[in-house]
Design a protein around this ligand. Sequence first.
Ligand code: NAG
Ligand code: NAG
Ligand code: NAG
Ligand code: NAG
Ligand code: NAG
Ligand code: NAG
Ligand code: NAG
Length: 636
Amino acid sequence: MLPRILLALSLVTSTVLGQVTVYTSATGTAAIAQYTVASTDQTVLVAPAPPADFNPATFIQLYDGGMTGMGSPVKGDLFGFSIELSVSAMLMGEKGGEIRPEFLNYCSVLASRGGGLTIRVGGNSQDRATLNLEGNPSGRTIEKYKGQNAAPTETPEVHFTLDLLHVMAEISKLVNVHWFFGIPFLRTNSDDNASLVVQHAMSILGDRLLGLQLANEPDLYGRHLKKWPEYSIADFMNETNYMMQDLPVQHPNIVGPSVCCQWTVDQVLDAGYMSQFNNQLNIIDVMHYPNNNCFADRDPQAIYPDYLNHQGVVGLASPYFPAANRAIAGGKKFMMMETNTASCGGFPGISDAFASALWAVDYSMQMAYGNFTYALLHFGGQNVYYNPFTPPPTNMTQIRGWNTGPIFYAQIVAAEALGSTGNARVMDLQLDNGSEHRAGYAIYENGVATRLVLVNYVQPTTPGGNDYTATFAIGGAQTGLPAVTPASVKVKYLLAASVNSKDNITWAGQTFGQQFMSDGRLQGDLQIETVQCNPADGTCNIRVPGPGVALVFLNDAALQSSGAEISQVQTYATTTTTQRIMPTMDQAELMSSNGRNGSTPIGSTSEGSASGAQTLKVASWLVSTATVVVMAKLLL
Ligand SMILES: *[C@@H]1O[C@H](CO)[C@@H](O)[C@H](O)[C@H]1NC(C)=O
Ligand SMILES: *[C@@H]1O[C@H](CO)[C@@H](O)[C@H](O)[C@H]1NC(C)=O
Ligand SMILES: *[C@@H]1O[C@H](CO)[C@@H](O)[C@H](O)[C@H]1NC(C)=O
Ligand SMILES: *[C@@H]1O[C@H](CO)[C@@H](O)[C@H](O)[C@H]1NC(C)=O
Ligand SMILES: *[C@@H]1O[C@H](CO)[C@@H](O)[C@H](O)[C@H]1NC(C)=O
Ligand SMILES: *[C@@H]1O[C@H](CO)[C@@H](O)[C@H](O)[C@H]1NC(C)=O
Ligand SMILES: *[C@@H]1O[C@H](CO)[C@@H](O)[C@H](O)[C@H]1NC(C)=O
């Protein structure tokens, strides 16, 4: 088992010192060194060697007007967040006045580029959730309880209050965020909590609510003994039907079937899901992670190259293309409700390394190309490796900031690549004859080629040794069409010292800095390079450093509609803030959620599950003890 358990506990109380609330320890024994959580793991793997047949050049022929096979138009809020319900209040804030400013800053970074941001609150913990209209006895927004006769590893029940929905609505007043929210499907036969959630989510979030997710990985309900063991697609269809009839509104914008593992979405569509629930359904969704780390039985080193491979990314997304096109033909949208590098927390050295940023840039563009409307990166607690960002893990918060995961930089690149027009059509260029080691996408808007995304996955053995030059032309030469290559283009680079880097990643010169040093704002001077093209032959040479990503803006409008020239977006003060402790996620929660492949039922006595019980104790202690003062103050 990987060391993901908090080992030491001491009583932590908070005192307010001037403007900054500081946590102090009553016992003075627990130090960060005593904690081992994923978010402080410093595992570094060996970077894969450069390919022997490395090609230092690539030619890209673009066509004015568009390219055959490009995706349907998508918006810049395609690549958003999926936040586990049980940790959502700790990450976002507890009440309208207590939104965590760091969270707002991170949101603002994306929304200012893509024109908005999509966030889903839900996951495994949504399914048995209770909406406590009277509030929780503790006064907190989210409480976790273990069932009375629960097996030691059973996922705790989440009791949340209307404050959660109010926090979400308040966030949307400050940053252009739209939401998905989960309905507790497993409660549907016992009481009206599901209807309550639908009713209040709709009334509080209004037009900020994109959809309500009905059921979470129903293909694991049988395997995980949440229903009877042979729970089938027919059973799911029947229960969904009952549920739909119970909903308090006729057209609730339902998202489903959210299958991950045992059933394919095609099988559920074949069973008539889309036609039977046509009136209630808005979006067909899936959840998928390329690997799982549920049993710590995979060697991250052995699978590292899979995350630095364009054909791997194609293999991840393309099985869904037929279902996506089927959904669209049926008048629905298609989305990836939850994904990340690996389920059950991700892999040390991959999920928290620059490699994950390269992979996620490629993956997001591949899904946009494949007609997904949204693709959401999952957040767990402190004991996962893959969070886009994480609050500091200890009481040493006044000297530490949030940790920015490398994968968050990929979300920035994707937001700028798609921009804010809502008309971005993405084409996979299958660079260098479908090379594994690089990826390239063209973005068209209204028939005009506006941007290029160029990924170089290769970690050189000598600095600069595996840069490649992408030469592109729009029309001209052998196409027999007029050459419309611009005279010059602007380029922004995503760079790090290595595919292994966990920090100091730069996006056009700006960075969130070192680990646990961020307040959610990019720091440093913006560096946008101008590349002069070759008027003689109508081509343009773009250097793509390995490892790295180049985002090429083919005209000034493309730069402007991406927010790419704004060096500092609207930010929120953190001077009056304390930073709460984000709970670890229960091992059982991780094990039974996140698109894992589902080979062990809940309640097993495996080593991993047993340690989950300890985590649970720690987590509920953290939730009930930490005292909080967080004020989001607008800096104008
Ligand atoms: C955090 O806790 C540790 C161990 O209890 C203690 O030594 C340290 O002083 C605390 N730090 C702060 C800033 O309170
Ligand atoms: C919601 O669930 C709780 C138990 O968790 C129950 O006490 C309550 O009555 C339910 N509410 C409704 C409206 O069914
Ligand atoms: C369909 O679901 C309802 C509600 O859960 C249940 O009462 C009924 O027995 C189910 N019917 C079949 C044929 O499984
Ligand atoms: C996406 O949809 C477009 C129609 O807008 C279609 O031409 C294209 O083939 C689809 N892409 C994929 C990868 O199926
Ligand atoms: C491109 O790749 C295909 C399949 O891998 C191969 O058959 C073909 O020869 C390659 N073409 C070039 C120009 O390298
Ligand atoms: C990151 O940058 C800071 C400031 O330049 C530097 O002190 C630190 O050593 C760097 N970290 C790494 C891992 O290179
Ligand atoms: C699930 O994962 C385990 C461990 O990684 C593996 O042994 C098993 O074959 C997988 N099962 C399925 C159905 O993919």
